[in-house]
Design a protein around this ligand. Sequence first.
Ligand code: NDP
Length: 342
Amino acid sequence: MRYLKNKIKKNNKGKLGIALVGLGGYAGGQLAPALQQTKHCYLAGIVTGTPSKIPLWKDKYNIPVENIYNYDNYDTIKDNPDIDIIYVVLPNSMHAEYTVRGFEAGKHVICEKPMALTVEECDKMIAASKKADKFLSIGYRLHFDPYHLDMIRMGTQKEYGAIKKIVSEFLQPSIKGEWRLDKKYSGGGPLMDLGIYCLQGVIYITGMEPVAVTAQTFPVSDKEKFTDIEETLDWQMEMPDGMIAECRTSYSGSANRIKAEAEKGWFELDPAFYYAGLKGTTADGKIIFHAPLSQQAKQMDDIALSIKNKKASIVPGEMGRRDVKIIEAIYKAMRTGERVVI
Ligand code: NDP
């Protein structure tokens, strides 16, 4: 095993070691494969509560047995010099605890979206990061995707003039029984999981943050499935220049797009939020095309590089907190029916 560990370290010389915490769909389907392509970081360890997952991960990714942890001995990761960065890929309700414990172990932390269930939790995470003098980043992969970078350029540089309206929708069915449908674990419905991409898109394409929100929900289609979360949510974000963004998210139906309508024409992505296969078009007939790449590999490399350079990443904890604050305002607007100033 020592021989294997030495070999892995030699092959990954100069890279930061990442430990994935929670080996579910996203960690296994996207992050671990992406870490086979990264130049500045590598998959050094895993943290799992399911012992039966260990043999497959250990063999597939050559993970030395001393870099495999569970939720009880997680804190002892502080003694492991192979692990530089903890990547929290757990249900939303566990983000705050495992991020804070990661900082207490003296590691940098990447935490998946949404950063946490409440602004109060976000504050604790940011305070823990400061106390440990380690960086906190959020797993906002689309900030590294070339299609979204094009949208940011067209929007913020006003290539089609000032934006007059943005429409964004992310609708995708959920599976009965999963933690996403249980508010205790998810903190809310599709807004926490899918709608956050629409919210983010509006902010980075305009380069502005909303000043007020309104929101409406609808009766659920399945009372056994949607017991304590919304199934569908429409919300509107008022931007500082008076522009209104109209957004919709749902755990029923299918839509995945963001369209900006500006003075001199529109530009859009449809689909917009998938891991691959995005498509961009503009009013003047331009087709946006980029060669396929791994958003997650770019994201983790960029974050690893910023850590190496002792700089905050472009997706810091403060951005995650900002979004949770807006989400809290949207839910308040949904519950009260009132316009909520942020
Ligand atoms: P999964 O349900 O597929 O995986 C979550 C994993 O967390 C489980 O497999 C399990 O891993 C661990 N876990 C620990 N305690 C629990 C518990 N009580 N209930 C369920 N799982 C538990 O979720 P995802 O991988 O889809 O999502 C994880 C996080 O990643 C979420 O915050 C989600 O929002 C985010 N995500 C981000 C995406 C992005 O594009 N940025 C895409 C998809 C998800 P183990 O058995 O190893 O302990």
